[in-house]
Design a protein around this ligand. Structure first.
Ligand SMILES: NC(=O)c1ccc[n+]([C@@H]2O[C@H](COP(=O)([O-])OP(=O)(O)OC[C@H]3O[C@@H](n4cnc5c(N)ncnc54)[C@H](OP(=O)(O)O)[C@@H]3O)[C@@H](O)[C@H]2O)c1
Length: 304
């Protein structure tokens, strides 16, 4: 396949670029400022292209010669919603004009069939609708929480420095953590299944686990006793607010309010947004899923 991977410089897109190249596909990797030319041309199967959703004319050249688009977009918690919906609309229009056969949309978070009243969720829903209205067949893959989040600034320091897995998940919350490499494999499997167009597929890891199970796997992987600390949503929001000091106060308050609302939904909703039974999904998208224990054993849990 000749794939265009949008958001290729982000964590999720980068995992898809690696997986696509490893599978022998030819890749156009898109972001606003592609890496320097010497890196860009170091692999024949990989071509970096510059796309800025705010300048929709940049999409048309990127789509030329492409069969399938793997679409990743920036955060719907931290970016303006209407701008993101326009980005999805422009992506669909450009893909249709270029004769793209399929778009695989990574919603990056769980998305239901109707609005839930949280901007991060509802904007993704509108983006999905905008892509589907383009006339290009779309498969939507809707992942739960990424294992890779534990390597990021809000979780890793607690693990490395304090032997604590601190996360805003209630003690009994069962979560089907998925790694970004497995999401990439599922997206590639979907890219080869145009007959699944129109489907909205929730995807997660192989099994639901609780915070204490995550901590036990981290203990095993790190060789140190790691304890789970269930962080309240309020404490999580305060910690996130401290990381947002560069934003205007009103914008910061709005984002923190949104974050609190969606995390309360993740934790308490009867529809269990973080739980996915992968058995039927794997029948259609046959991928070997990585358990949390396997994934954590591959990581380095100390600071260098
Ligand atoms: N489920 C989970 O556990 C989980 C965890 C983390 C994030 N997320 C969700 O994943 C989504 C993405 O996360 P993120 O924002 O942190 O991703 P990210 O890793 O920052 O990636 C965003 C990608 O979009 C590209 N991009 C940004 N603005 C663009 C523009 N105007 N035009 C074209 N490309 C643009 C970026 O490229 P350049 O900046 O290089 O142009 C980058 O490649 C968010 O909705 C977030 O909530 C989910």
């Amino acid at each position: 396949m000749r794939l265009l991977i949008l958001g290729a410089s982000g964590d999720q897109g980068a995992a898809q670029v690696q997986a696509a190249l490893a599978a022998g596909h030819s890749v156009k990797a898109a972001c606003r400022r592609p890496p320097l030319l010497e890196h860009a041309t170091s692999m024949e199967a990989l071509e970096w292209v510059s796309v800025d959703y705010r300048q929709p004319t940049t999409l048309a050249p990127a789509m030329q010669g492409v069969n399938v688009v793997l679409a990743n977009f920036p955060s719907s918690s931290f970016n303006d919603g209407p701008t993101l919906v326009r980005a999805a609309m422009a992506t669909g229009v450009a893909a249709h004009a270029a004769g793209v056969a399929l778009i695989v949309f990574n919603t990056s978070l769980p998305v239901m069939e109707t609005p839930r009243g949280f901007a991060a969720h509802d904007v993704r829903l509108q983006m999905r609708e905008a892509l589907e209205q383009s006339g290009v067949p779309v498969i939507s893959l809707q992942p739960v929480v990424f294992m890779d989040n534990l390597l990021r600034g809000w979780a890793f320091p607690h693990i490395a420095d304090r032997n604590r897995f601190v996360y805003p998940h209630e003690a009994n919350l069962e979560v089907c953590w998925i790694c970004q490499d497995d999401l990439a494999a599922l997206m590639l499997a979907a890219a080869a299944r145009p007959d699944l167009a129109g489907r909205h597929i929730a995807v997660g890891g192989p099994a639901p686990i609780r915070g204490t199970d995550v901590a036990a796997a981290l203990t095993q992987a790190s060789g140190r006793e790691i304890r789970f600390e269930s962080q309240s949503v309020e404490a999580f929001c305060l910690a996130m607010e401290a990381l947002m000091q560069s934003r205007a106060p009103e914008e910061r308050s709005r984002m923190i309010r949104e974050l609190g609302n969606i995390y309360r939904w993740y934790n308490t909703s009867a529809e269990r947004p973080f739980y996915v039974d992968m058995t039927p999904v794997l029948r259609e998208l046959p991928v070997r899923l990585t358990s949390f224990a396997e994934w954590s054993a591959r990581q380095h849990w100390r600071r260098e």
